[in-house]
Structure formats: C-alpha cells, structure tokens
Ligand binder design. Structure first.
Ligand code: BDP
Length: 330
C-alpha cells in the first residue's frame, strides 16, 4: 500500500516535471496572434491555416496561436503591441495603420483603387514592397496582403443614393483622420470609434450608421440594427499579415522561409474564401431584410473626395508620386 502510494507520488512528480518542461518549450515557441474577427470569418480561417502549417513545418519550433474577436485589444492597441513585440503577429487593416505609418494613408484615399484586381496588382507588385518597407521601419514585417472587399455606407435611416443623403448622419469611422474628412466632405458627422463599440451605439442612436464590407457588416451583427446598405464602395483597403519585426529578426533563415511561404499561402486562401464569404454574407443580410441599393452616380461621391486628395498632397508632397503610380497601375 505504502509502496504503491509513493510510486504514484513519484509518477506524479515525474509527469509534473515533464509537463513543465513541455510547457516551457511551448511557451518559448508560442506566437501570440491578434485577430479582430470571429472564428469562421475568411481572415480567421486563413490565419488558423497559417498557424497550423507553420507549426507543422517548423516541427513546433514555432507555434502560432490566433486569438480571435479582438480579445487582445482593439486594433490601434494591437498595432502598438505588435510593434513593441508584446504580440507576435496579426492581420491588420491599413486604415488604422495610417496614424503610425504615414505612407499607408495613401491606401485610405477614397476611390483610389478601381476594384479588387487593381488592388491585388498594386499590392502584389513593387508598390506593395514600398508599403512593406515603410511598415518595417515602424517595426512590422508585412509578409502578405489580404483583401477586405469594398466598404460601403450603411445606416438606420434611409437608402443613400446621392452625397446629399449623408448630410447630418452620424457615421462611425475607423481610427484615422482621413475618414473624418471623408464623412465631413459629405456633410455627415464622423465619429471615430473602435469596432467593438459600434453595435451598441447603433442601437442607442449614438450613431446612425457606419461603413464596412459585407462580411464585417454581417459578422458584427450590425445588419440587425441597420436596415439600409448602400453600395458606395468608396474604400478598398488592403490588409497585412504582419509579424513583429523583433520576432522576425530572431528567426533562422530556414524558419523565415517557412513563415513567409505560409503567409503567402494564407493570403491566397483568404482571397478565395473572401469571394465566397462575401456573397454568403450579402445573402444573409438580404434574407434578414436589409435593403441594399446600388448607387447610380458614384462619380458624384468621387467628386466630393477631390479636396481630400488636394489637401493630402499639399501636406504630403513626397507621397504624390505614390498615388499616381497606383492610379497608373492597371
Ligand atoms: C473590417 C476590417 C477590420 C476593421 C473593421 C472596422 O477587416 O480590420 O477593424 O473593418 O471597421 O472590415 O473597424
């Protein structure tokens, strides 16, 4: 009896010892990854696939773990945390990146891209590398580019058909002054706010509306409290799969190659999933009774954005050629 007990005790001690060795090695290899979206969202599935493949191919030298639903903080916070190495990787939208990496503001100019193909062409080429270089200077290594469709306006009040329809509406925007200017150019009231607070603000009337793509409009449940979605498609903003530069610099060449290849594969998957997911989300919101309207005269909106371009170029003359290079890519 006594012997049996002490054997068990020994066994337990041994296994506890093994466990702590195990958890130490796991800790050393675990990469904390930030994601704003819920599980099942195209970006989330792509990040999960990235994590799985990297762990597999590095034989767990690196074990990326994705934390969904912004549980590690809102986007501006997470950008800071990744820059200073508190987080290891993330999928960031280039919108909230603007206040930190000024070059990326170019990507927040409304109607810059004519469509998703244009965006791919630009970001997958030499111009994309220029953005990656700018991000790297600020501590972020952009390994691949995800897409986020086209953002359109939605609200609780009415279908938006002309710029005048936006007048007086309280519209949530992401954290970037350019978006405040964008809504103000349409005589709306812009409210920068973190993504997680929008639903509540739409229900209480703090906001009349916001703007986003179909998958986010659906997965955030904003469609439950915002009946009109108008296809202004004013912003096509790329997103990155970014690694903390401090983390990246620690990697062996072999692991860098694996991580980079898998980041590119994840982007390819994300883009595929996006096309399907976007259509599914559109159907879900339509079935739920959201009124979707085409905007016949998009040029009218585009014209209202000209002062944003003029002001931007005046303040950032060094970035004018980047804008024209993008416009000339087709
Ligand atoms: C989604 C983007 C996400 C943004 C969110 C927002 O994928 O990165 O944080 O919009 O509007 O489309 O805040």
């Amino acid at each position: 009896m006594h012997n049996y007990k002490s054997n068990i005790k020994r066994l337990t001690l041994v296994s506890v010892g093994a466990l702590s060795v195990l958890s130490l090695s796991v800790q050393a290899a675990e990469w904390r990854g930030w994601n704003i979206h819920p599980e099942g969202y195209p970006n989330s599935d792509a990040l999960e696939s990235f994590a799985e493949k990297v762990a597999e191919r590095t034989e767990n030298r690196i074990e990326p773990r994705v934390y969904h639903n912004a549980v590690l903080g809102d986007q501006p916070d997470a950008i800071e945390q990744t820059r200073n190495g508190a987080l290891d990787f993330a999928n960031f939208n280039m919108g909230p990146m603007g206040p930190i990496v000024k070059e990326t503001n170019v990507l927040s100019l409304p109607f810059l891209f004519t469509g998703r193909e244009h965006m791919y062409e630009v970001m997958d080429g030499e111009i994309g590398d220029r953005f990656a270089d700018a991000l790297e200077e600020e501590g972020l290594v952009a390994l691949s580019w995800f897409e986020s469709g086209a953002r359109s306006l939605y609200n609780t009040e009415k279908a938006i058909e002309t710029p005048e329809d936006v007048e007086g509406l309280k519209i949530r925007v992401m954290n970037n002054d350019l978006y405040v200017d964008m809504i103000e150019a349409l005589d709306g009231n812009a409210t920068p706010m973190s993504y997680g607070e929008v639903y509540q603000s739409l229900t209480t009337g703090v906001l009349d509306g916001a703007e986003n793509n179909f998958p986010s409009f659906e997965s955030s449940n904003h469609y439950e409290v915002s009946q009109y979605y108008s296809l202004t498609e004013h912003l096509i903003i790329p997103e990155c799969l970014c690694i903390a530069k401090s983390k990246w610099d620690e990697l062996s060449d072999e692991d860098k190659k694996i991580v980079e290849e898998e980041a590119l594969a994840a982007a390819e998957l994300q883009r595929e999933l996006w096309s399907e997911g976007s259509q599914e989300s559109r159907k879900i919101v339509e079935d739920a009774g959201v009124e979707i309207n085409e905007v016949e005269d998009k040029e009218a909106f585009q014209e209202k954005m000209q002062p944003l371009y003029d002001e931007f170029i005046e303040e950032n003359p060094d970035l004018e050629s980047l804008i024209t290079d993008i416009q000339d890519t087709i």
